[in-house]
Design a protein around this ligand. Structure first.
Ligand SMILES: [Zn+2]
Length: 411
């Protein structure tokens, strides 16, 4: 009798049975359930290392080391194996810590549906062949720093309870992040080096991937992402108060990247996202009264009236007024023309401004520019201000509309 799991995972070398379950199914030492190994953890790990070393001898014949479906009962450290052969960990389950740090994967390394129940580390590992993580589950912390992906790497539907931080990793080959869409922020990029082959983020909810600490984003491409479908960009970090500024900077970098690629269509969307974040930032600063000098605790030495207080107070008030004004102007820019990107909105406001004077007292043409009505002939000073103000509004809105229209046709 041979192991049922060796048959299920189509091992080229089915192993002998060490445990038979109540249903009569036989399991080899690799596939036996957690507490049925009948072997110490050290001995089990030695068997795994032997298997990896043996497979290296057959390299060139296309053979790879099959560890699919293996149940690793406790902690395992792979450093002593030396360079790995081509290896398959599909559907394997690591019940203890899996330490792949500094491991040199000589050929492809497949982790399809692999489960890491405890922590795992791939720090400073080197993948010379394809690295494939598909439906891989990381149920505890996992370390992904300083990894070198020298070949293709694929991350598809990966689950990671505590997220994955790609810190100082090198993506030398094409890399794909696919169909990651549960809305949780889980992939963080910190200062990675991304080659010209680039990273394609395909069909992912962009809220799951955080690029705010990834300064070089030249070779990152979003393909078929919900951002493109609904046109509204909002990174997962935008809602976090202390991350709003870096999020805005990220939008700005993305806008610059698309401008450099002459992709005005994408640049426009990132421009809107950047301005939205800018507006939020300005509003936050404007309504922050914590630095108001009159609400600060007064020290004992300040119980007498001091001109210095009045000066610093009025400076603060001036600054506050300017913050509110900037915020208000940016908000008007948004409402009137979608930050210069929405000509239809611009046109609607323009038409409204042209039609409203119909309901004003007097001749409606007095309020519309280029109608040969002289403001100097107005019946009162107030009336002339009304006329001039309204004409100015129409002129500005017409300019905004033309600007937005130009932006649209530039694409
Ligand atoms: Zn087996």
């Amino acid at each position: 009798m041979t192991c049922c799991k060796c048959a299920e995972y189509e091992w080229a070398d089915p192993q002998e049975v060490v445990y038979t379950d109540p249903e009569g199914k036989g399991y080899c030492v690799f596939h036996a359930p957690l507490y049925e190994k009948r072997i110490s953890n050290d001995d089990f790990n030695k068997r795994v290392f032997e298997r990896l070393r043996e497979s290296k001898l057959f390299e060139g014949s296309g053979r790879f080391c099959d560890l699919s479906g293996v149940v690793f009962p406790q902690e395992i450290k792979f450093q002593q194996v030396g360079q790995f052969p081509k290896v398959r960990f599909n559907s394997a389950c690591f019940e203890g810590f899996a330490d792949f740090s500094e491991v040199d994967f000589g050929g492809f390394a497949l982790f399809k549906e692999t489960i890491f129940s405890q922590g795992a580390s791939l720090s400073e590992a080197k993948f010379n062949g394809v690295a494939y993580f598909g439906k891989t589950e990381f149920r505890d912390y996992v370390y992904f720093n300083s990894i070198k992906f020298n070949n293709r790497s694929v991350f598809s539907r990966v689950e990671a309870v505590y997220g994955i931080d790609f810190t100082d990793c090198v993506f030398g080959g094409k890399s794909n992040f696919e169909s990651i869409d549960d809305g949780k922020c889980k992939f963080h990029f910190f200062n990675c080096i991304i080659s010209n082959s680039g990273i394609d983020v395909i069909g992912c909810n962009p809220k799951t991937i955080d690029f705010i600490n990834q300064y070089d984003i030249t070779n990152i491409h979003f393909i078929n992402s919900p951002w493109e479908k609904n046109g509204c960009i909002e990174a997962c970090t935008e809602g976090k108060k202390d991350l709003l500024q870096p999020t805005r900077d990220f939008y700005q970098r993305m806008k610059a990247k698309y401008k450099a690629e002459n992709n005005e269509y994408e640049a426009s969307k990132w421009h809107i996202a950047e301005k939205e974040a800018q507006l939020k930032l300005l509003w936050r600063e404007a309504k922050d009264w914590s630095l108001c000098p009159w609400t600060q605790e007064q020290g004992e030495d300040q119980e007498y009236f001091q001109w210095e207080d009045v000066r610093s107070g009025s400076r603060w008030l001036g600054g506050k007024a300017s913050e509110f004004l900037t915020c208000f102007v940016l908000w008007l820019y948004k409402v009137s023309s979608g930050f210069g990107e929405k000509p239809v909105r611009g046109l609607c406001w323009l038409l409204l401004l042209l039609v409203l004077p119909y309901f004003f007292p007097g001749d409606m043409r007095e309020y519309i520019p280029l109608m040969q009505r002289n403001i100097a002939n107005a019946s009162s000073v107030l009336k002339s201000f009304e006329m001039a103000g309204w004409q100015l509004l129409i002129t500005i809105q017409a300019a905004l509309f033309a600007f937005a229209l130009r932006n649209r046709f530039r694409r």
